[in-house]
Design a protein around this ligand. Structure first.
Ligand SMILES: C[S@@+](CC[C@H](N)C(=O)[O-])C[C@H]1O[C@@H](n2cnc3c(N)ncnc32)[C@H](O)[C@@H]1O
Length: 270
């Protein structure tokens, strides 16, 4: 793929009201089950990452938890200025929040990250081309052997189960179909969200097609005293250790390699 697909943002994550409603939702299953499972998956067979990419960081909850758990440097990226504003309102010196304009990561050199996570982002991406582009870009910035973890709702629960603060039109859904939901904001008003359904098989295929090896999927459910009715999907894959895979795309020369290296080095010194 030569250039990013034209952005087709189904949900207005740029909208300050939607960003605020999302940030205010309790996210109980994510906090108690999802994010801990992502962090554990990044540790299997390996030491904790020294550099971690959080792709589609939203208001920064997972990035803050990761910085705390791993005591590591987190590069947290999002396309939504409204989300980044909410994230930056709760600063952590270990986290750099950066805006991506088209889903690419021109400020990160090849092989500069030890690990990457992408939580509840696939469902916001309305085309398979965009999913492919995102995974190719994450593959590029991971070092050989680096692990990528994707977290989302269990596709089988979407439209069947209730998540706190969300109401989703009943499924079942076909791959690539729009998923209409309403999200209750802090003021009690409902915001309309349009997501896209991606099956577990598509999650697996997207990672495999981007070059990830040992792609694994797991369904996570809550075992707490108040189990959520929905489950979560965790997908992990590893970038092949060697030989180094060629860069899968032309980044358009917007930022040269030395410029991007300087920008990340600058952040690390900051
Ligand atoms: C549902 S929120 C999830 C936020 C956070 N990861 C979490 O776990 O709460 C999805 C986020 O992905 C961002 N996003 C969607 N497409 C993106 C892309 N191509 N590149 C970067 N961020 C993207 C949206 O702006 C939004 O903040």
């Amino acid at each position: 793929m030569d250039e990013p697909p034209a952005p087709t943002t189904a949900t207005a994550w740029q909208d300050a009201g939607i960003a605020a409603a999302y940030a205010a939702a309790p996210h109980t299953l994510e906090r108690t089950v999802g994010y801990p499972a992502v962090f554990a998956s990044l540790l299997v067979d390996r030491p904790g990452p020294a550099t971690l990419l959080d792709y589609g960081c939203g208001p920064g909850e997972a990035a803050r938890a990761a910085a705390h758990v791993f005591k590591t440097r987190v590069c947290a990226v999002d396309t939504s200025p409204a989300m980044l504003e909410l994230a930056r309102a709760r600063p952590d010196p270990r986290i750099d929040y950066l805006q991506s304009h088209d889903g690419s990561l021109p400020f990160l050199p090849d092989a500069s990250m030890d690990a990457a996570m992408c939580c509840f982002v696939f469902i916001c991406v309305p085309s398979r081309d965009e999913l492919d582009f995102i995974c190719a870009e994450i593959h590029r910035v991971l070092r050989p052997g680096g692990r990528f973890a994707v977290l989302g709702s269990d596709p089988a629960s979407i439209g069947q189960a209730g998540y706190d603060g969300w109401h989703t039109e009943p499924g079942p859904y076909l791959d690539g179909a729009p998923v209409h939901s309403r999200l209750r904001g802090p003021d009690g008003a409902w915001q309309d969200i349009t997501d896209t359904f991606w099956s577990t098989a598509t999650h697996r295929d997207v990672l495999a097609d981007a070059g990830f090896r040992r792609v694994r999927t797991r369904i996570l459910t809550s075992h707490g005293p108040h189990p959520a009715t929905g489950g979560l999907l965790l997908v992990t894959g590893d970038k092949r250790s060697s030989p180094h895979r060629p860069l899968p795309m032309d980044l358009g020369g917007a930022v040269s390699d030395s410029e991007s290296r300087r920008s990340w080095d600058g952040m690390r010194r900051a």
